[in-house]
Design a protein around this ligand. Sequence first.
Ligand code: SF4
Ligand code: SF4
Length: 408
Amino acid sequence: MQTSIPTRLLLNPDIAEADDILRACVHCGFCTATCPTYQILGSELDGPRGRIYLIKEMLETGQATSKTLLHLDRCLTCRSCETTCPSGVRYGRLVEIGRKIAEERSPRPFTAKLVRSAMLTVLPYTARISAAMTLARIFRPLLPAQLRKKLPARKNIAVIRATSHPRRMLVLEGCIQPITAPETNSAATRVLDKLGISLVSAQGAVCCGALNQHLSDSDGTRDMMRRNIDAWWPHVEDGVEAIVMTASGCGLMVKDYVGALKDEADYADKASRISALTRDLSEVVTDELLKQENRDTFAHIGHGVRVACQSSCTLQHGQKLGGVVEKILLRCGYELTPVADSHLCCGAAGTYTLLQPELSAQLLQNKLAALNAGKPEVIATANIGCQMHLASENRLPVKHWIELLDPK
Ligand code: SF4
Ligand code: SF4
């Protein structure tokens, strides 16, 4: 695609990067067919190619309107379009830049800013979300029905119990997972213990930064990144083998610390090392199960139980690890039920469920219909956001897949 962005604007590194990405697009439109918002709304501007044109126009003219922001906001950043694109267009990065610039040129109304600011103040912090949920439970009868359904049951905050194998890996506890699904990291600790690996957590680690990124808060995102690097670095120097992510959304984020901090002299090298050490839990378990001594460790734990696997977008499109969890579960004796349109997002998408409730609800209904069609006994996922979203409307248990390997 040819672009004509004014030369003076190209001095901005974000705009120069966006220009490079735009030029890779040959506007073939293959991506449109696999875009969940295009499938629901049927409008070109609610598909990737339309959004690419909107960003191009905004950068060339220097102008954005509320319409530009509307269509960019409706994007889930699921990156299904990236998986489909034959030209390797880095759409996820492009829309991140596009949103930031669109917000600068077409400021949001006061109330929208207030809502986003409240979300930024609460959501990335475990103690604050926990307090907000306690309050919400007290006033539950007064909440709108949609919010009431989304309020998870109270659980005790997870504490990682240290084991003492010579092999050690760091784990990110995350912001919301410790209070809504503490069983995930507990199960990961026990499974890796059985495989001869100790999981340790770092004091001072915070949210991975994804929630700030979803809300176009680039300064806050980088602040979270630096804080995590500072918390993890002593463990890295002490020789941890890997930094394990039990939520695929966080894994995608941390694997990108290298790109986000590449221009910061104090952090670029450390970020590069951190990203290189970061692995999704499914990558770690796959490697360990391939070892001769572990071949039979979980071989029959599944007993043919029927599982519908929800492949989270951050795992399949972001980290390109589609099918990895499914292979682990098959190997462990589970039966997988067929799931149609597994490339499509469930509608959770970070803060999307709160900011775009109608589209999010429609995507959820479609996803649950696809997951339940094969009559599974349990639904497995790799990401806390998807797990909470699916569980809010589903009668079957929705678990992190590692719980299905947990010897307890
Ligand atoms: S598939 Fe790729 S090259 Fe084709 S329109 Fe979409 S982003 Fe552009
Ligand atoms: S990221 Fe997802 S919702 Fe956004 S344009 Fe691409 S496919 Fe569509």
